[in-house]
Design a protein around this ligand. Structure first.
Ligand code: LP5
Ligand code: MN
Length: 263
C-alpha cells in the first residue's frame, strides 16, 4: 500500500499561519504550555508564522531579555526558525517596544503595522488591529504618544525596574479605563477600516486586538474583502491557516467544533 501523498508531493504549498494576542506571561503558565504545544504540533509544518502583536503581556525593552522566562520564549521561537519556518512579528499595543535585539535572539523579522503581504496571490493587509479602533479617542492619543520615537528613546533610557513599574501602573489604568468604555468604542470603526482597505487595495485583512474572533465580509470598491479577526489565547487558543485554497480559522488545542460561527 502506498502512503498518502504529502502536500509537497501533490504540488501544494505549505500553509502560512497567523496568531496574535497570546499575552504570554509567567503568571499564566497554562497559556505558555499551550503555545509550546502549538510550536511542537502545528507550527513546524508551516512555511511562515506571523505573530500579529500582543505576543507577550508587556514588553518594556529588549534589555528585559535577561529574565529566564523571556530567554526561554525567544529560544523556542529561534528553534522553530531553525527548522525552516519563516517567523514574522508585527507589534501590538503590549509589545510595541520589541526591537532588533529581540528579533535577532528569536530569529524573526519585524514588520510594520499595517503591512501588506501577497498571500497566495491575494493582497492581504496585516495589522494588530488597534489602529482601526478609532472611536477610542483616549487610547489613540496614548498610542500616538508611545509610538513617538523621542518618547520611546526617553522611556527606554529609564532603568528597567522603573519601566516595569510604569507598565504595571499603565496596565491597571487600562483595566479601569476599559471598565467604563462602551464595547462598541473598543471595536473596529468600519469607516476607518474602509479607508485602509481602499488605500491598500487589499482583498483580505487579518488582525487581532479586539479578542472577538470572527470572519466578516466588507464590500469595498464593488468587491468583497474578507476580514479575519484572530482569537486570544486566554482560555484556549486558535490560529488562521492559509494556503492556496484559502484561509480557515482553527481552534487550538484541536476541537471537534469550529472556532466561531461565520457571520
Ligand atoms: O491592553 P488592554 O487590552 O488592557 O487595553 C488596550 C488599551 N490599553 C493599552 C495600555 C496597555 O494595556 C499597557 C501598555 C503596556 C506596554 C508596556 C510598555 C509601555 C509602558 C508605558 C507606560 C506609560 O494599550 C486601552 C484600549 C483597549 O486596548 C481597547 O482597544 O481602550 O486603552 C487605554 O486604556 C488607554 C486609556 O484610555 C488612556 C490612557 C491615557 C494615559 C494616562 C496615563 C496614566 C498614567 C499611568 C502610569 C504610567
Ligand atoms: Mn492588543
Amino acid at each position: 500500500m502506498t502512503a498518502p501523498a504529502t502536500d509537497s508531493e501533490k504540488g501544494e504549498s505549505r500553509p502560512v499561519l497567523f496568531i496574535s494576542d497570546l499575552h504570554l506571561s509567567p503568571e499564566r503558565p497554562g497559556g505558555v504550555a499551550l503555545f509550546q504545544r502549538f510550536l511542537r504540533e502545528v507550527a513546524p509544518q508551516a512555511r511562515d508564522l506571523y505573530i500579529l502583536g500582543d505576543f507577550v503581556e508587556t514588553w518594556v525593552g529588549d534589555d528585559d531579555l535577561g529574565s529566564p522566562f523571556n530567554q526561554a520564549l525567544v529560544a523556542e521561537l529561534h528553534q522553530l526558525a531553525g527548522r525552516g519556518c519563516g517567523l514574522h512579528f508585527l507589534p501590538g499595543n503590549r509589545d510595541f517596544l520589541v526591537g532588533q535585539v529581540f528579533a535577532k535572539a528569536a530569529g524573526l523579522t519585524l514588520i510594520p503595522d499595517p503591512a501588506m503581504l501577497n498571500l497566495f496571490g491575494t493582497p492581504t493587509l496585516l495589522s494588530h488591529g488597534d489602529l482601526f479602533c478609532s472611536d477610542d479617542i483616549a487610547y489613540q492619543a496614548f498610542r500616538t504618544q508611545v509610538r513617538d520615537p523621542d518618547w520611546q528613546t526617553a522611556f527606554l533610557s529609564r532603568p528597567l525596574a522603573e519601566r516595569q513599574r510604569l507598565a504595571r501602573e499603565m496596565r491597571e489604568h487600562s483595566e479601569t479605563a476599559k471598565a467604563v468604555k462602551g464595547q462598541d468604542i473598543m471595536d473596529v470603526n468600519p469607516e476607518t477600516l474602509r479607508g485602509y482597505l481602499e488605500a491598500s487595495g487589499a482583498g483580505r485583512v487579518i488582525h487581532g486586538h479586539t479578542h472577538r474572533p470572527a470572519r466578516h465580509t466588507h464590500t469595498v470598491a464593488g468587491g468583497t474583502v474578507e476580514r479575519w479577526v484572530l482569537p486570544d489565547w486566554y482560555e484556549s487558543g486558535g490560529y488562521l491557516r492559509c494556503d492556496d485554497a484559502g484561509c480557515r480559522a482553527l481552534p487550538f488545542p484541536p476541537a471537534p467544533f469550529p472556532l466561531f460561527t461565520a457571520g
